[in-house]
Ligand binder design. Structure first.
Ligand code: F6P
Length: 324
């Protein structure tokens, strides 16, 4: 391998910059040139790239967002778009890619690497943690720390006013942000797409939770079937007017900010592993960390088989036991 292309695609996540830095530095270490593509797959299609050196990734390990920018590319979903991308890569003599993103990014990478027999290794960069083949994705730890910081503040005012707060966190198809941060803030209950809980279940839980606790916090994942925090708040307020109910949607603050040390180290380790993986012939796989070991998981497995352990009943029971 002589020249590796690197890009970030889909929703950004804290730690993407640390991952880019690791890919660039590892490539240089192994005497491989490295080219950064701007706005993910859009950069491949539009030939929008920058040659990268040690200096171009200096002082970015601590920064949120992505210096390469990111996008969700519609054009890359088309055969013509991917063909254009392949021709551009060939013209630049780029012979392998590292793509940093989530399930959408890997779906595209999977098709592209098979279509053109092009070596690609993926790095799990998403705050959602919804990929199999890694215990944690890059950005998840930072996002849940942002959530607990915000909810701790909400708890202060909720406690002063004896209020019930419904807090909505991100996760379109996954309740993993809600689950872990819910445990971290001592939530009374969580509502996630994987657990099928409705507003009546929540009411039941509230009735059975500690009576001596003045404030109540329910964490709702954005993807929960009930229809979001405002809907839950409406239902609860109507059925139980004696609760003084407030709703707070945390939104995109969860995607920004400095990556935690855990995300920086994970991104650094996986970035180096991606380059070493390409050198030793890996392709069509995501580099992940499971039980502290680096493993490579085929893209289609990483996308479709979210580790059942991540959302198992034992985690939900923890919330019940701790809020009892
Ligand atoms: O996949 C990451 C994520 O933040 C999801 O949790 C969320 O549903 C989605 O991206 C939001 O996407 P956008 O920033 O495009 O609105």
């Amino acid at each position: 391998i002589k020249n590796i292309g690197v890009l970030t695609s889909g929703g950004d996540s804290p730690g993407m910059n640390a991952a880019i830095r690791a890919v660039v530095r590892a490539s240089i270490y192994y005497d491989i040139e490295v080219t950064g593509f701007i706005r993910g797959y859009e950069g491949l299609i539009n030939n929008d790239f920058i040659p990268m050196d040690r200096k171009s990734v200096a002082n970015i390990i601590q920064r949120g967002g992505t210096v390469l920018k990111t996008a969700r590319s519609e054009a890359f979903r088309t055969v013509e778009g991917r063909k254009k991308a392949y021709e551009n890569l060939k013209a630049q003599n780029i012979d392998a890619l590292v793509v940093i993103g989530g399930d959408g990014t890997f779906t595209g990478a999977n098709i592209f690497s098979k279509e053109f027999d092009f070596p690609i290794v993926g790095l799990p960069g998403t705050i959602d943690n919804d990929l199999a083949g890694t215990d944690f994705t890059i950005g998840y730890d930072s996002a849940i720390n942002t959530v607990i910081d915000a909810v701790d503040r909400i708890r202060d005012t909720a406690e002063s006013h004896d209020r019930l707060f419904i807090v909505e966190v991100m996760g379109r198809d996954s309740g993993l942000i809600a689950l872990r941060s819910g445990i971290g803030v001592g939530a009374e209950a969580i509502m996630i797409p994987e657990a099928n809980m409705n507003a009546d279940d929540i009411l039941h839980k509230l009735e059975h939770s500690r009576k001596d606790k003045a404030s109540k916090i329910i964490i709702v994942a954005e993807g929960d079937d009930t229809g979001g925090a405002f809907k839950v708040g409406e239902i609860l307020q109507e059925k139980y007017p004696h609760y003084d109910t407030k709703v707070s949607v945390l939104g995109h603050i969860q995607r920004g900010g400095k990556p935690t040390c855990m995300d920086r180290v994970l991104a650094s380790r996986l970035g180096v592993a991606a380059v070493e993986g390409l050198i030793s012939g890996e392709s069509g796989v995501m580099a992940g960390q499971v039980n502290r070991e680096i493993i490579f998981t085929p893209f289609d497995h990483a996308i479709k088989h979210i580790n059942a352990e991540k959302v198992s009943a034992k985690w939900l029971k923890l919330i019940d036991i701790l809020s009892f």
